[in-house]
Design a protein around this ligand. Structure first.
Ligand code: APR
Length: 230
């Protein structure tokens, strides 16, 4: 086995205190995603959207990486072959857990984007509708997050890697949001082995060859130790 593609979701950061989306008390049970996570919602009420992400940015910056983040960094460091770590998460806990390369397909909460000219820069802790773009000076700054109805990032990198993978692993994701939810089929069609690690034993029965049920902070370090043999 030379090539592993790993996809992580909110479940990998849950034990760092960052809420998931669809679990009990998840973000989408408390907020209307059409208001805070769509370009239309942003156009209607940028203040509401920026405040939503300001709160999430504060949580992410105040949180600490956990044993699952650190174990995946250890795997990237110790595995003889290639490990591509793709995340749907917008927090930077993989990087702060030691991962040197992380592909953020849904964007990053620490980055800002100008909705007018497309310029990107490091986001301030608090963003406001009156903030001006440092490049074109338009008051059109938004978090550099992929909202519903928008194209995910880095697909030109992710899709070929899925087609060449020997092993595809999904960790802490409900498999409800496409295109990420379809990665298991793409890699399986290309002959890869597939593994799911999730707290909930059967979010996607039968879609994976193997399932490890458990908390990410316990199941991921154990799986990495098994793979690396130490
Ligand atoms: N350890 C392992 N898995 C966990 C843990 C944990 N401690 N806690 C929760 N989980 C699992 C849940 O069982 C669930 O399957 O994590 C998953 C979280 O699912 P979602 O809340 O749907 O999050 P995710 O799959 O990352 O969402 C995908 O949807 O809202 C959009 O853009 C957003 O990137 C996000 C995408």
């Amino acid at each position: 086995m030379d090539r592993i593609v790993i996809l992580t979701g909110a479940g990998v950061s849950a034990e760092s205190g960052l809420g998931t989306f669809r679990d009990k008390d998840g973000l989408w049970t408390r907020y209307d995603l059409s208001e805070v996570a769509t370009p239309e919602g942003y156009a209607r009420n940028p203040r509401l959207v920026l405040d939503f992400y300001n709160a999430r940015r504060a949580n992410a910056l105040d949180a600490s990486p956990n044993a699952a983040h650190r174990a995946l960094a250890r795997l990237q460091e110790g595995f003889a072959g290639e490990v591509l770590l793709v995340t749907q998460n917008i927090d930077n806990l993989h990087e702060r857990g030691g991962s040197r390369e992380v592909v953020h397909m849904h964007g990053e909460i620490t980055r800002a984007l100008c909705a007018s000219c497309g310029h990107r820069w490091d986001a301030p802790r608090e963003m406001a509708p009156s903030d001006l773009c440092p490049s074109c000076t338009a008051p059109a700054t938004r978090p550099d997050i992929v909202w519903f109805g928008e194209m995910p990032y880095h697909m030109e990198r992710i899709l070929p890697a899925l087609s060449e993978a020997d092993l595809f692993v999904a960790i802490g994701t409900s498999g409800e949001v496409y295109p990420a939810a379809g990665f298991v089929e793409i890699s399986e069609e290309a002959g890869a082995e597939t593994l799911e690690i999730n707290l909930d034993p059967a979010p996607a029965p039968g879609r994976f060859d193997r399932m490890i049920a458990g908390k990410a902070t316990e199941a991921v370090p154990a799986w990495v130790a098994e793979l690396l043999g130490s």
